[in-house]
Design a protein around this ligand. Structure first.
Ligand code: DNO
Length: 378
């Protein structure tokens, strides 16, 4: 399971009792772009080992926006990233997860979407998101990025929303980076978006490949691999392109840097939120370069809305995914992702959205049962 560090409301003991042998974590206290100091990596590793588990997967070693934008500071920031790679390798870590989403990481419009059983899920509602962009963030030029129907739906959503609902939308969309309790401000987001200027998918991809071709040789030498997390949601957001959303994107990413250190964090939830993606087929195609797995499920519709369903429900055929994995017979670190907020977690504080203990424990237990069942049949 993912652990956000000593301030996480979920303890290492909880994670161990959920049946985990390994923990996925990051030094969230180190500002994006700074080198991860080896001593701090060692302290974190010891904490986890003292709790009876191992730490081999980092999630995430974030890539600075200068590298994504390809501005004049990028070479210096890439050198620092290379140094962090050396430092984590010295501490025995093996997989470095990162993403190439401009400005924001994953994004939802509702962090407390009620399920029929009273648990709470994460949801992305297209009309609410357009309303956020056009009426709340008031991004310059935002209205021009949407169709007349989308704008009308956003208008209707916003008109009928109570003040509390509007506030919840703002709160959900402005969550800071994972592991941070600080929300973004409107100014920060608008400024960061403006700095991207007229970014095209081609240029963003060039910047990604420039980064990969600079860091993968170091990773290879150090015996570690990189694993890119797909875009979440897998579509252009706030007027900026996203380039890790589809099978075509993944092909270009792997072909553009052929180092074996260039790999994927295959997230069935992020990829599965797009109607274009056949997740089990994609897993089969990219299996050799999958170095880390996020297994979760989404229920989606044709309008671009989705919510996070129970791990074995939703639109991705998780049994088919597990079959591909079992047949590949490789040992790949895996974690359940984004559980529902449920049972005692509903009244607990200090939890990060999607990262309560019990919902993820349920997801993990279901996935392990599915795996055991499939293994017993072959
Ligand atoms: C969401 C996570 C992502 C992921 C990063 C990787 O819960 O899957 O935040 O960790 O995008 O850099």
């Amino acid at each position: 399971m993912r652990w956000y560090g000593p301030n996480d409301g979920v303890s290492l003991r909880d994670i161990r009792q959920a049946g985990c042998t390994g923990v996925v974590t990051a030094l969230h206290q180190v500002p994006v772009g700074d080198v991860w100091p080896e001593e701090e990596i060692a302290i974190r590793r010891k904490l986890i080992e003292n709790a009876g588990m191992t730490w081999t997967v980092i999630e995430s070693l974030p890539v600075h926006d200068s590298i994504k934008k390809g501005d004049e500071a990028r070479d210096e920031l890439i050198e620092r990233y290379q140094q962090s790679i050396r430092n984590v390798a010295k501490q025995g870590l093996k997989v470095i997860t990162y993403n190439f989403m401009p400005v924001l990481d994953w994004l939802r419009t509702d962090l407390e979407y009620p399920m029929p059983d009273g648990s709470l899920a994460l949801r992305f509602e297209r009309a609410a998101f357009v309303a956020f962009d056009v009426f709340q963030l008031r991004r310059p030029g935002a209205a021009g990025d949407y169709s007349a129907e989308e704008l009308a739906a956003a208008d209707a959503w916003f008109d009928s929303a109570s003040e509390t609902k509007r506030e919840k939308l703002w709160f959900s969309c402005m969550q800071g980076l994972p592991g941070s309790t600080k929300m973004f401000t409107r100014e920060e987001v608008l400024e960061a978006l403006a700095e991207y200027g007229e970014m095209t998918p081609e240029r963003l991809r060039e910047n990604l490949l420039y980064f990969l071709n600079a860091v993968c040789p170091i990773a290879e030498d150090e015996g570690v691999v990189l694993a890119v997390h797909p875009d979440d949601p897998p579509m252009s957001v706030l007027g900026l392109p996203r380039i890790v959303s589809s099978a075509k994107d993944l092909r270009m990413l792997l072909q553009g840097c052929e180092s074996p250190a260039n790999g994927l964090c295959f997230c069935t939830g992020s990829l599965g939120a797009s109607l274009q993606n056949n997740v089990p087929e994609m897993l089969q195609e990219f299996m050799d370069r999958v170095y880390f797995l996020h297994l979760r499920n989404t229920a989606r519709d044709t309008e671009g809305n989705f919510f996070e369903a129970d791990h074995l429900e939703g639109d991705t055929d998780m049994a088919a995914v597990m079959q591909v994995l079992v047949q590949a017979n490789r040992s790949i670190p895996m974690r359940p992702d984004h559980g529902h907020l449920m049972l005692d977690d509903l009244t607990k504080s200090g939890l990060y959205p999607g990262y309560g203990a019990i919902g993820r424990l349920r997801g993990l237990a279901e996935l392990r049962g599915l795996e055991a069942g499939i293994r017993s049949m072959i």
